[in-house]
Ligand binder design. Structure first.
Ligand code: SF4
Length: 690
């Protein structure tokens, strides 16, 4: 029997299984393989393999900090928590309850996300809560709900992928973001299936593809419409499926037929023969999957773009049957569970809606409060950040680093500075924590137990493997203490299993129903797929096989039209900027930038550009280049590659300061999901003198 504690990686939504074994030295555990976990079967990327480094005392916070005379100094917990309780109390009294804001994170466990949402609604009585997952998943969620009546990233396990006939990956680069996932793509090809990758860059994933289409950033919607046009024109629709299992086809068909392939070629820059080849590959397959990620989703038309890809699946009968369908490859570790249990502005646990009287009554009964005492829906993440220092005067922020990760990040930092009071609960002193009035050092990953829900909708258990350093508390303890200081000594347990038991009751009967899932079951079964409404229920690895989750059981087509990016290139800013991740760093880098092995592999920001563009600018490999947008100016080394379109440049978004890609990104919001347009904005490049 292994002496390692079975757990999961702290980073991305694949939630790879791993073991942690006690170790000597400053890093108290070492990561070992756990081949028994089916998703990754022991494989880990560099981030997971080096995850234990952030447990070393030197890498992390070990004492609360409070601001005095403009600087952060160490403090005891009573002083730190007392300062928070006093500040939020004063804000609520002076400006009203909605002047106290809460900002959560997609990396928080289900228990923390649940408790944070409850704390905001029950203790603070504020509607001003949202979280950084809004920046990650909201367009896919909105598109999924619109079509299927339910949002679960993947409606099937990743193990189904090798058994479909064709996979279309849209704006996703798993070879760098989640390398163990690539095994499924290779197995697909070994089984005779085909892989189409749609990305403005010839990424490591695109290198694996049977066909790579490289559209201009922000034109994925046109591309999907062009493919649907050709599907119809070539008589490749599945009329039986459309007739039996969908509604709304005629309007969608008409919308697609208005997008002529020649026009789509002009808009996207994808040659028509390639578009035709993609349609052939997709339609010739016995079944097909379309998997989107942040590329098409992080747009001011992200929801419509997702709908366009779903329409393509529905029109060809690729939904609601085995080895076929639309899915979203969720990014953050708990990007799925974090969007289900109430830290979202419009949401109650179990994916219930805050404006639904029956949902309010159910959750209020579990919480032991009057349904009328629950606030209504609040602002989305960027709108909440925008309101700081205005309508929102004090903010509690948990597990997020918007100074680096929010769009128009310099403006967001300004708004954070404009607050009367900012408290940040985090593992490390992130760039956002540096601005806080109070910083709380909290437990992380291997130091605490909690559940996560991976990109498949599989609820898994991260187990505690090591004691946290003295002076560190868990987020659940923080919420318990603050609730008590604010007059609610009951209702915020610190034991994660007790919180989960309450979450089960609160989610019972909801869309994301966890009622039948227990810690014991998760441990025994290595994860349980929701919905799982009863202990005898097996869980639901595959959704929609009999019916979709709409009132009539049919999937809904949504007619959509292409529209340009909110900020198209012009004479002043003639180049498109798109952003993304690199293999060795994760999100805002708050943790991974503290790991030597990862920094050695990816030490800093850069801008990737095509040699033809570089030549026009007089830039050579490694030269420092200024990228200038309407929102900011970065200076980073140039990386020249023919793998990117000549009209587009790419910056990874993991670094703060003069290399922060999000200085440029555009906060134009999708009208449905309120997702900012991270993936397409206009910039110009300037050579910088050595
Ligand atoms: S792929 Fe994701 S979950 Fe797996 S080891 Fe890497 S970062 Fe961790």
């Amino acid at each position: 029997m292994s002496d390692a504690t079975d757990t999961h990686c702290p980073y991305c939504a694949l939630q790879c299984g791993m073991g942690l074994r006690a170790a000597e030295g400053p890093v108290p555990v070492s990561v070992v393989e756990r081949p028994s976990f089916p998703v990754n079967q022991g494989a880990l990327c560099g981030k997971g393999a080096n995850a234990a480094a952030v447990l070393a005392p030197g890498a992390r916070l070990t004492t609360p900090l409070v601001r005095q005379d403009g600087v952060l100094r160490p403090a005891g917990w009573p002083e730190a928590l007392g300062r928070i309780a006093e500040a939020v109390g004063a804000t609520a009294e002076t400006y009203g309850r909605d002047a106290v804001g809460v900002f959560g994170g997609g990396g928080l466990t289900n228990e923390k996300a649940y408790a944070l949402g409850k704390f905001a609604r029950v203790v603070l009585g504020t509607s001003a809560i949202d979280y950084n997952g809004r920046f990650c998943m909201s367009s896919a969620a909105a598109g999924g709900i619109r079509a299927f009546g339910l949002d679960r990233g993947l409606p099937f396990p990743v193990a189904d992928i090798p058994f479909t006939g064709c996979v279309v990956l849209v704006g996703s680069n798993p070879a760098e973001t989640m390398p163990p996932f690539v095994r499924y793509l290779r197995e697909l090809q070994e089984n005779g299936g085909t892989l189409i990758v749609i990305d403005p860059r010839r990424t490591r994933t695109a290198e694996l593809a049977d066909l790579h289409l490289a559209p201009r950033p922000g034109t994925d919607l046109a591309l999907a419409l062009g493919m649907l046009h050709l599907v119809v024109a070539e008589g490749r629709t599945d009329e039986e499926f459309i007739g039996l299992r969908t509604t709304g086809w005629e309007q969608t068909r008409a919308a697609a037929m208005a997008h002529w392939p020649e026009h789509v070629e002009a808009v996207t820059g994808v040659p028509l023969p390639q578009l035709r080849a993609a349609v052939r590959m997709f339609c010739d397959a016995s079944s097909a999957m379309v998997l989107t990620a942040r590329g098409p989703e992080q747009q001011a038309k992200g929801t419509d773009t997702v709908s366009a890809w779903i329409n393509l699946c529905l029109a060809t009968g690729n939904a609601g049957r085995p080895y076929a369908g639309y899915g979203c490859l969720t990014g953050q570790g708990n990007g799925q569970g974090g969007r289900e249990h109430g830290q979202k502005a419009d949401q109650l646990p179990g994916y219930r809606k805050l404006d639904d009287p029956a949902a309010r009554a159910h959750v209020a009964a579990v919480w032991g409060v009057d349904p009328d005492s629950l606030p209504g829906p609040g602002r989305s993440a960027y709108e909440l950040l925008e309101s700081l220092g205005g309508e929102v005067r004090s903010l509690l922020l948990m597990g997020s680093n918007p100074v680096v990760s929010a769009p128009r990040s310099a403006h967001v930092a300004e708004r954070l500075r404009a607050l009367d009071f900012l408290a940040v609960s985090d593992v490390v002193l992130s760039e956002t924590a540096e601005l806080a009035d109070v910083v709380l050092p909290v437990t992380q990953w291997a130091e605490e137990t909690g559940t996560m829900t991976n990109l498949e909708g599989r609820v898994i258990l991260r187990r505690k493997a090591v004691d946290a350093p003295g002076g560190v508390r868990s987020d659940l303890e923080v919420l318990h203490e603050l609730a008590a200081l604010l007059g609610r000594p009951e209702g915020f347990p610190t034991d994660p299993e007790l919180v989960f038991e309450e979450l089960r009751r609160a989610s019972a009967g909801g869309v994301a129903d966890y009622a039948g899932i227990s810690y014991e079951r998760i441990a025994a079964e290595d994860g349980v797929f929701w919905p799982c409404p009863a202990e005898e229920h097996p869980g639901t690895p595959r959704l929609f096989l009999d019916r979709f989750a709409t009132p009539d059981g049919r999937a809904r087509f949504t007619p959509v039209q292409h529209r340009p990016a909110a900020e198209e290139p012009d004479a002043e800013f003639p180049v498109r900027l798109t952003t993304g991740r690199v293999l060795a760093q994760y999100q805002s880098g708050a943790q991974t930038r503290r790991v030597d092995a990862l920094n050695d592999a990816a030490p800093g920001a850069f801008v990737e550009l095509h040699p033809a563009l570089a030549e026009r600018l007089g830039v050579r490999e490694g030269d420092r280049v200024a990228v200038v947008s309407r929102r900011g100016r970065t200076v980073t080394p140039a990386r020249l590659t023919t793998a990117i379109r000549p009209d587009t440049v790419f910056m990874p978004f993991h670094w703060p300061g003069e290399g922060n890609a999000n200085l440029h990104t555009n906060p134009a919001l999708d009208p449905v999901s309120r997702m900012p347009e991270f993936k397409a904005c206009a910039v110009r490049l300037e050579a910088v003198a050595p």
